[in-house]
Design a protein around this ligand. Sequence first.
Ligand SMILES: [Fe+2]
Ligand SMILES: [Fe+2]
Length: 272
Amino acid sequence: MNILCIGDIVGKPGRAALDGLLEDIKKEHKIDMTIVNAENAAGGSGITSRIAKHFFDIGCDVLTLGDHVWDQKEVENYLNEEAFIIRPANFPDGAPGKGWCIKTTTSGVKVGVVNLLGRVFMRHYVNCPFRALEAIAEEIGRQTPVIIVDMHAEATSEKVALGHFMDGRVSAVFGTHTHIQTADEKILPKQTAYITDLGMTGPHDSVIGQNKENIVQRFLTSLPVRFSVAQDDVRLHGAVIDVDETTGRARSITRLQKAFTAREKILSVQEK
Ligand SMILES: [Fe+2]
Ligand SMILES: [Fe+2]
């Protein structure tokens, strides 16, 4: 089976690109399941229930999040209600929502999806992602061998280590959060697909999606500046992972980069 994984959707440009490109990508790669990191979908910070519902309407199967999960207060109830939007599983007990789910494809294959947050250079105090994933993978494994992991983290080392730690125990580990696609996609020795970061779906003429002038100014002066989502050079980044659904082993992982040029569509997308 082919699983499409899409890197962080940033603001209106990212959402417009997903709207405009998803259907064709799914056809071209014969996609059975689509997993999208949506943590920056609402104006660059978090996601709203309206945006999430729209993503499901256009053909996303599972939405994952990250450190921006709590940026839109409104979404907390929705995280409890909707089965296929997940936030990092290693948040302390009591956080709204859940950290993993199992979605069945139209052809009847169950796919477990887990979202985790790294601890290196990240602002949240969360439980160990390694031990959290170990326990969750065992639980999902009772229902299906196909397990896909979104490790939302800053440090490449933490993501690489998690991939090796779970090699042969999950189908794929992909990284998100840095918004920069890495060129290290591979099948690990025990047939887990791995990539350190899927990249970003959003404006690439930017500093990781934000207006470049503002961010450069902040580095120069260390003064607080208002962030705003950039607009230009919009691209969709992600990967397609081919998994043997009977064993859960990955066969291949292919990086994806698509330009989105329909500028009028970006302007017509609602703010949140
Ligand atoms: Fe993030
Ligand atoms: Fe992000």
